[in-house]
Design a protein around this ligand. Structure first.
Ligand SMILES: NC(=O)C1=CN([C@@H]2O[C@H](COP(=O)(O)OP(=O)(O)OC[C@H]3O[C@@H](n4cnc5c(N)ncnc54)[C@H](O)[C@@H]3O)[C@@H](O)[C@H]2O)C=CC1
Ligand SMILES: O=P(O)(O)OC[C@H]1O[C@](O)(CO)[C@@H](O)[C@@H]1O
Length: 382
């Protein structure tokens, strides 16, 4: 079996590549990072280590690498012959990988075996959105292709090792794929197959990712460098926990998850955040605040839906305000957000990026928290 994976980064090597290799796939990574691609081509294997005592490294072999900027035709040929295409490049880069995926799919014949294209990104409906991008740049031709939506969960922090391929990950992992519309399940070890992904992607996004984002933005407010350090601060922990019980209420209401089980799910996630061996930097988890503050993402969507249910999401509002206050000059989205607040004010910034309107109760909750943060900051500095 052959798989082509776009994005030989942290989750690509540390999760998707590893699982596909363990399921018997030969994996070719497609990336634009020459260092990683050259190392993959030279070594044809890499190692995955675990942020937990006593867990041995795993060697991932039968891997290749292609730089899509240098050898696009090779990528097309590989997709024409593959059983599976996966991506982990980041939600905003799906449009960049779509043209080659389209070309590769169009190179397939109508009688070829089915091929599956799965976006493994932190977003709702990732594969469906990738399909739209593919349709917008040439389509799929006669290929017998499925784009099942998926949710992926494993914390893989930034990697700083001498070996550019080595990646260290937490032991926990979850990969959920939707079966709706498929005629068969792919042979991938450790995948949870569900008829409809909606409840699972929202449970993951509004718990793991909401909690993580809030830990990073409130953590940054209190000068914390890593997520485990942030969680040691009682104030950060209280907001994270409070926000997760707010989104938990919504998830129970929408999807009927069992309350006790969901509470255990929340506690397990907070424990994962606390893993000191991960040394997960606040700046990684807080990255791309404009995306994270988007109307359909992990902070604003659950907050809006709670308001629709008559519940004021105070902890989420505090997290959102901290995200608006967050500033990292090395993060282009953070700089853009900051500039927008400076030039146009906080209310128009909320309107533009969060798509929340002035005068709405949720906007007011966020504004109140934002001004409080600013006041406290002024007091700290003076
Ligand atoms: N790191 C994590 O723990 C998790 C990440 N994710 C999701 O996985 C995605 C990737 O995240 P990470 O692996 O952390 O990021 P990363 O930055 O480590 O990896 C992304 C890779 O994509 C490559 N890339 C960029 N443009 C490309 C292009 N046009 N063609 C091919 N490759 C390209 C980059 O060079 C990089 O190697 C994101 O959507 C993220 O939300 C999901 C679950 C866990
Ligand atoms: O990858 P994103 O969407 O920028 O956000 C970082 C998030 O992704 C993860 O790396 C994995 O789910 C989480 O650790 C974190 O919540």
């Amino acid at each position: 079996m052959k798989a082509v994976h776009f994005g030989a980064g942290n989750i690509g090597r540390g999760f998707i590549g590893l699982l596909l290799n363990q399921s018997g796939y030969d994996v070719t990574f497609v990336d634009i990072n020459d260092t990683v691609i050259e190392a993959l081509e030279a070594k044809r294997h890499y190692e995955v280590g675990f942020a937990e005592d006593g867990v041995e490294r795993i060697v991932v072999d039968r891997v290749r690498g292609v730089n899509s900027l240098k050898e696009p035709a090779r990528v097309v040929d590989l997709i024409a012959e593959a059983d599976l295409v996966t991506t982990a490049v980041g939600p905003s880069l799906l449009s960049k990988v779509a043209p080659l995926i389209s070309e590769g799919l169009r190179a397939r014949e109508v009688e070829d075996a089915p091929i599956y294209v799965i976006a493994c990104e932190n977003m709702i409906g990732g594969s469906a959105i990738l399909r739209q991008e593919v349709e917008a740049c040439g389509g799929v031709g006669e290929a017998n292709v499925f784009f099942p939506n998926a949710a992926v969960d494993r914390i893989v922090p930034l990697q700083q090792h001498e070996d550019p391929l080595y990646v260290e990950v937490e032991t926990f992992h979850e990969w959920v794929i939707e079966t709706q519309g498929l005629n068969e399940k792919l042979p991938i070890n450790g995948v949870t197959w569900v008829e409809k992904i909606g409840p699972y992607i929202e449970r993951k996004l509004f718990t793991v990712n909401t909690g993580h984002a809030i830990a990073s933005y409130i953590g940054s407010l209190f000068g914390k460098a890593t997520i485990d350090e942030a969680l040691k601060d009682r104030r950060v922990r209280q907001v994270v926990q409070g926000a997760l019980y707010e989104t938990g209420w919504l998830l129970l209401e929408k999807y009927g998850f069992e309350a006790k089980e969901h509470s255990q799910y929340i506690q397990k996630i907070i424990k994962r955040f606390e893993n000191p061996k991960l040394k997960d930097e606040v700046s990684r988890v807080a990255r791309s605040p404009i995306r994270k503050l988007g109307p359909s993402d992990r902070l604003v969507k659950p907050a809006r839906e709670l308001m629709d249910n008559g519940i004021e999401p105070n902890e989420l509002a505090y997290g959102i305000a901290a995200a608006l206050h967050y500033y990292n000059p090395e993060d282009s989205e953070s700089s853009e957000l900051n500039l927008s607040i400076e030039e146009h004010g906080i209310s128009s910034t909320i309107e533009k990026y969060l798509q929340l309107h002035e005068g709405d109760t949720l906007t007011q909750l966020i504004l109140d928290q934002y001004h409080l943060i600013r006041e406290e900051e002024k007091e700290r500095v003076s």
